[in-house]
Ligand binder design. Structure first.
Ligand SMILES: N[C@@H](CCC(=O)N[C@@H](CS)C(=O)NCC(=O)O)C(=O)O
Length: 261
């Protein structure tokens, strides 16, 4: 809709964060937007982000409707993805068609692709990211930033939690994604086309891609061999022109900003 195309959009982007997903989505939707960028301070977001939203996290976007001076401030990656897709992605492949023909408004009348799309908008933050963030924190306990004389102890604790909690969960997540890619009917999670659910999945999967094998003992070939479709999918997302454009965009602004953990 013309009026929505003129809405003013601003993304509050934090380095090495999920905000990269929203930047990719904005690029893919071909929207004009303003970018305000933030560097981390001691790994956390700088306090100024709390002026935008009380949690002080990123991503956050503001959307000022045409003719208004009152911006809507939206937080939570899944909600932002849904809002932008529904307002600006209609008629694109980024949001799947909702209803089967003749089933409009009926329980169970939704298409398989739309149900998948909704599921993944919730799954990413509701399930996947908590496991990946836990793995990242435990990984930090093994890093050279930990003083060398206590690192053997912190590494032992980290490895035990990784083996008992993260590894079994990582196998379930990769197993789910492998099966879903096998049955989607195409190269993407909801079907043959890239949707905003793929974009929402991208940051966590790309960031963790080379870390999965450190979560436990996978057996011969490691996770790449056990879950070939998932890793091919991650490589495909990383090679997408829109993802690359979003990375370039940040480099243009400030090469010192990080994209990956
Ligand atoms: N569930 C939120 C998570 C937001 C979040 O934790 N963002 C991280 C970056 S990936 C952040 O702002 N971290 C900085 C901090 O916690 O201070 C979402 O989906 O947007």
């Amino acid at each position: 809709m013309a009026s929505e195309e003129q809405a003013k959009i601003k993304l509050y982007w934090l380095e090495k964060s999920r905000a990269q997903n929203i930047l990719w989505l904005l690029e893919e939707l071909k929207l004009d937007y303003e970018l305000e960028t933030f560097h981390r301070v001691n790994m956390l977001a700088p306090p100024e982000l709390k002026n935008i939203h009380p949690l002080g996290k990123s991503p956050v976007i503001s959307v000022t409707p045409p003719g208004s001076t009152e911006p809507l401030v939206l937080a939570e990656s899944g909600f932002i993805t849904q809002y932008l897709s529904e307002h600006f992605g209609q008629g694109t492949t980024l949001i799947p068609k909702r209803w089967k023909d003749g089933q409009e408004g009926k329980v169970g009348g939704e298409t398989e692709q739309w149900l998948r799309w909704q599921y993944y908008l919730h799954y990413v933050e509701g399930s996947l990211m908590s496991m990946l963030v836990m793995a990242m924190v435990l990984g930090a306990l093994k890093s050279p930033n930990i003083p060398f004389f206590i690192r053997p102890l912190t590494s032992m604790v980290a490895n035990q939690i990784l083996a008992k909690m993260v590894f079994p969960n990582a196998k379930s997540h990769l197993g789910l994604l492998e099966k879903q890619l096998e049955t989607s009917g195409g190269d993407y999670i909801c079907g043959p086309d890239l949707t905003s659910a793929d974009i929402l999945l991208s940051f966590g999967l790309i960031a963790a891609k080379d870390k999965f094998e450190t979560f436990g003992t996978w057996g011969e070939g490691g996770p790449r061999v056990l879950y070939p479709k998932v890793f091919a999918y991650i490589d495909r997302l990383e090679a997408s022109p829109g993802y690359k454009r979003s990375v370039e965009k940040i480099k243009e602004i400030d090469a010192s900003f990080g994209i990956k953990f």
